[in-house]
Design a protein around this ligand. Structure first.
Ligand SMILES: NC(=O)c1ccc[n+]([C@@H]2O[C@H](COP(=O)([O-])OP(=O)(O)OC[C@H]3O[C@@H](n4cnc5c(N)ncnc54)[C@H](O)[C@@H]3O)[C@@H](O)[C@H]2O)c1
Length: 391
């Protein structure tokens, strides 16, 4: 059997390029028979020397510093957008006009208005899209959704979501693009908040209204021109620049189905270096999960006898989502490259077969609307409606 080759063009050669490259290599190894072979064809970075460096390191065939050239090349099937947030929109719209499959990192755009333009361009041109909310691909998160769909928790009452990291606690971490509104849009909200919002939407549906509060711990940080990556040690200068996006954000939500939700998204959690997790409480049971113990999920059912009712831990393995794709032995664990390979596989396979795939640009737009509403509520200090989805 001739397995179809799919040529990938990736834009942005930084930390996500490393992760996506590993995932392209893994995807056809995990799925047997492989549905397609992703070819690491063309890598674009605005810094051509860095593009060459990344292409060597992550085994891409060719390089360019011009994303427009990549988007227009006839031999590129998938445009994979791994640039800082501000560049997603123009690239995605051009890729849509060129008829490509588009795989865009999160957050989809700086604002919901930009995201709406991207979705409109994709629809106008009939192209398939994905936005990289990869947390949905953890087997335990897919399993939680299955339990919700089956009625295991009954009617959802409350969701508590966190995404905590610690890297902004150090005042010497420089002002890379993640600390600049004009490139990042928001601070921790778009960066980490968008992930946990997506998980909440995936599990219990749409948001109705929100109210939040935020914090910038250091009003200035060392200047770092052209810095890439999360910790951004390159080109650090002795002078400082203002920080105009939040390091931490705490918000409440009323969901459309009546459930209540609380969120803590922060770069200021000492000792918690990268922790997404949730608790979901319903009329008939509860679920809790923490990415730091990704293959375990705790579930509790009110149907259990009163003298043994409580949380029990279920380890993800063969009988669970992706159990036949990854490892049947729970103790083998799972990492970020694994879930990224599932995401890449599921999107491209769905696009080739013409079957539905989520999260797509519509989901990316919804998350931008929620982030925008939270930021507006912080400004006005009022509950703020999430603009509704006409799409
Ligand atoms: N899904 C996830 O879990 C996850 C995790 C981290 C980052 N991200 C997202 O991935 C994206 C990239 O983040 P990163 O950590 O890889 O950033 P990074 O700073 O490590 O790398 C970005 C690269 O893009 C290049 N670049 C900037 N502008 C460009 C342009 N106009 N054309 C071509 N190249 C350009 C930079 O030179 C840099 O090498 C962001 O949107 C971020 O929010 C997602």
């Amino acid at each position: 059997m001739n397995t179809r080759q799919v040529n990938i063009g990736i834009i942005g050669g930084g930390s996500m390029c490393k992760l996506h490259s590993a995932a392209y290599a893994l995807a056809p190894l995990y799925f047997s028979p492989a549905h397609f072979i992703p070819v690491r064809k063309l890598l674009c970075d605005i810094d051509l020397d860095f593009a060459r460096h990344s292409a060597d390191r992550y085994q891409w065939q060719e390089v360019t510093s011009d994303w427009r050239e990549l988007v227009l090349r006839d031999d590129i099937d998938v445009v994979d957008i791994c640039t800082p947030n501000a560049f997603h929109k123009d690239i995605a719209i051009a890729a849509a006009e060129a008829g490509k499959m588009i795989y865009c990192e999160k957050p989809l755009a700086l604002t919901a208005a930009d995201a709406a333009e991207m979705l409109a361009a994709a629809r106008r041109n009939g192209v398939r899209t994905a936005v990289a909310f990869n947390k949905r691909r953890f087997p335990a998160v897919v399993y939680a959704r299955k339990l919700v769909d089956e009625g295991f928790i009954g009617r959802p009452l409350a969701f508590r979501g966190v995404f905590q990291s610690s890297f902004a606690l150090d005042p010497n971490v420089p002002a890379s693009w993640r600390f600049q509104k004009k490139i990042a849009g928001t601070g921790v909200m778009g960066d980490l908040g968008s992930h946990i919002i997506d998980v909440c939407r995936y599990l219990i549906g749409e948001f109705d209204e929100v109210i939040g509060s935020s914090e910038i711990l250091f009003a200035e940080r060392p200047r770092a021109e052209g810095a890439r990556g999360i910790f951004a040690e390159q080109n650090v200068r002795s002078d400082s620049v203002p920080v105009d996006v939040e390091d931490g954000c705490w918000f409440l939500a009323r969901m459309s189905n009546g459930a209540k939700a609380t969120f803590e998204v922060t770069r200021l959690s000492s000792g918690k270096h990268d922790g997404l997790g949730f608790e979901l409480w319903g009329t008939e049971g509860s679920i809790r999960w923490d990415q730091q113990r990704a293959m375990e999920i705790a579930i509790c059912s009110e149907a259990d006898a009163a003298d043994r009712r409580g949380f029990k831990t279920v380890e993800m393995g063969g009988p669970h989502p992706y159990g036949n794709v990854l490892w049947e032995v729970p103790g083998f664990g799972i990492g970020i490259s694994d879930i990224k390979s599932l995401e890449i596989h599921d999107f491209i396979h769905a696009a080739l077969e013409g079957i539905p795939y989520q999260p797509d640009f519509h989901d990316g737009l919804q998350v931008c609307r929620i982030c925008d509403a939270v930021m507006e509520s912080i400004e006005t200090r009022r509950w703020t409606k999430v603009s509704s989805s006409a799409e």
